[in-house]
Design a protein. Structure first.
Length: 310
């Protein structure tokens, strides 16, 4: 039987093309049900305060960088969204006097416009946010060498991918967008070989860092969160880390405080990963095939899927 058309963007794949029974079952999951979704290779963790949530996220940076040595440099790949952890990372580095000379950081994505990545001066630049919220706040005597900062750019994607073979990536952090992506690994368009079905998981997992067209849901979400709703100001393409690099990291760690995706979405991907239901229409679900994934939730941000008017 053919898959349903997306109710949001019929020319694209997304989670609204899943069967209705799955969607209804997911919406019924309670927080207690979500806590039972942990399995070998997939851990579900809850935090009761935002302070403990963002501190724990920041500590993943510190834990990764503490493992870096001259013989075996190590680092973390991090997101823009959430960003609340970034100033805490700088504060911890300075307080602990943590020498970052052998530590590395990968930015996981960047906007693309006018034939290249957006410049660092662009107000939406992810590199700008990483530097201003974290790296520029670190004591220069402790700071990471600039060559240890890896940001995807239009002319360095092969080099960016190769760096994951040259340096140990201890953890890749991420948030989850409305379209259920990590980084900008969005669902594909419904065209060509993908007209009647999304690509098989094993095909999607062959994708490395690349230039992508963004699902309309992603553009609308970023307009809401980053430009006051001015959709025309949000690029429709981006450079992103891919599954290839993700599978070279030792752990994938997704942080959800309830600010980016909604109550249904947070339930959906946790359920699909727990039950090992990978589907390229729900890119985050492909992490069901990764050997070490952790989902961290702010308990009071999970909400419910009850229908009500506000």
């Amino acid at each position: 039987m053919s898959r349903a058309l997306s109710v949001v963007a019929p020319q694209w794949w997304d989670y609204t093309t899943l069967d209705r029974e799955t969607l209804e079952d997911v919406a019924k999951l309670s927080i207690e049900d979500m806590a039972q979704l942990s399995r070998s290779g997939f851990e579900v963790v809850f935090y009761d305060t935002l302070e403990s949530f963002y501190l724990a996220e920041a500590l993943e940076y510190i834990e990764a960088w503490l493992q870096a040595t001259a013989e075996q440099p190590a680092g973390i790949c991090g997101p823009i969204g959430p960003t609340e952890q970034l100033p805490l990372v700088a504060q911890l580095v300075n307080a602990l006097k943590l020498d970052l000379r052998h530590a590395h950081f990968w930015g996981m994505d960047e906007w693309y416009a006018n034939g290249r990545e957006v410049p660092v001066a662009h107000p939406l630049s992810f590199e700008k946010a990483d530097r201003e919220l974290c790296f520029n706040r670190i004591d220069p005597r402790l700071a990471m060498p600039d060559e240890n900062l890896h940001f995807p750019k239009a002319d360095n994607l092969a080099e960016y991918t190769a760096s994951f073979d040259q340096v140990r990536c201890v953890v890749m952090q991420g948030g989850q967008g409305d379209v259920k992506h990590w980084a900008f690994n969005d669902p594909p368009k419904r065209e060509g070989a993908c007209t009647d079905a999304p690509p098989p998981p094993e095909e999607y997992l062959k994708l490395s860092a690349r230039l992508v067209d963004l699902h309309p849901m992603t553009v609308l979400q970023n307009a809401r969160t980053s430009s006051g709703g001015k959709v025309a100001d949000v690029p429709t393409q981006a450079l992103t880390v891919g599954p290839v690099e993700t599978w070279k990291t030792e752990r994938v760690s997704i942080w959800q405080a309830g600010n980016h995706d909604n109550p249904f979405g947070m339930r959906l991907t946790a359920f699909m990963i727990s039950k090992k239901i990978p589907d390229a229409a729900v890119p985050m679900s492909l992490l069901a095939l990764h050997p070490n994934v952790r989902f961290s939730f702010y308990r009071h941000g999970i909400g419910t899927c009850e229908e009500e008017m506000h």
